[in-house]
Design a binder for this molecule. Structure first.
Ligand code: GDP
Length: 235
């Protein structure tokens, strides 16, 4: 969706008191280190380097906030589960994350990133334990789906959905791949719904509206007029 291409870095915070006021609407993105969280954020924003992507897991230990043009926030939470993080830092983040998830009123939902090859780890389950009781929705992106065959992907998705049922009906899941661009529209749609962003009209509907005479029927083309939007204009 075009709205995500206009997402901008706002701030990064080490503690909750550094976050912008708890007003409006935001969605958080969380996941185990190296699950593909930064790549997923970049894919959704159609940007290569919005979120820092690294082969060294656990380096980003901050809450990073991005702002959408309508004033909503996309919140990149620190990756969890990196073995080499010192215990005191790990405890700090567990407390901070737990507190953020439990108390942030503007938080509309949680996108939980899991590597499709190793989903539902103990720490993922702990995130679900923390957040599900708030009653707000959780959408699991099973990333790196390109590394699974089609049948395996379908099987994994079904088994994750079954497992998620334990945390309630507000938990949903989908396959996703930043590399092969699988599931991006679906993920964008779910987050947009949480943030109150109106769906974009489909291209067919837009064309039909512009061209009541029926020029937009399949197989017909009209010359491009000045000011027409075109897909290739996306950054
Ligand atoms: P993060 O630590 O969760 O933010 O993970 P990153 O986004 O930094 O990704 C970790 C590694 O997985 C990097 O080497 C990425 O290139 C790779 N990766 C991320 N998403 C995908 C994906 O959808 N498919 C494949 N094949 N690799 C991915």
């Amino acid at each position: 969706m075009a709205v995500y291409t206009q997402v901008r870095f706002l701030t990064s915070a080490n503690k909750l008191s550094q976050l912008p006021p708890d007003a409006g609407a935001e969605v958080a993105v969380a996941g185990r280190s190296n699950a593909g969280k930064s790549s997923a954020i970049n894919a959704i924003a159609h940007r290569r380097k919005l979120a820092f992507t690294s082969k060294t897991p656990g380096r980003t230990q901050q809450i990073v906030m991005f702002r959408l043009p309508g004033g909503q926030y996309l919140v990149d939470l620190p990756g969890y589960g990196y073995a080499k993080v010192p215990d005191n830092l790990r405890r700090h983040w567990e407390r901070t994350l737990g507190q953020y998830l439990a108390t942030r009123g503007s938080l509309q939902g949680l996108a939980l990133i899991m590597d499709a090859r190793h989903p539902m780890t103990d720490l993922d389950r702990r995130m679900l334990d923390w957040f599900a009781p708030t009653g707000r929705p959780i959408h699991v992106l099973l990333t790196k789906a390109d590394k699974l065959g089609r049948a395996e992907g379908t099987r994994t998705l079904a088994s994750v959905r079954r497992a998620l049922a334990k945390w309630g009906k507000q938990c949903t899941a989908q396959l996703f791949s930043s590399t092969s661009k699988v599931g991006i529209d679906e993920a964008e749609g779910v987050l947009a719904g949480w943030l109150g962003i109106a769906p974009e009209p489909s291209r067919a509907a837009t064309q039909a509206k512009k061209s009541p005479s029926g020029e937009a029927r399949a197989g017909t083309r009209r010359p491009r007029a000045k000011g027409d939007k075109h897909e290739a204009e996306m950054p």
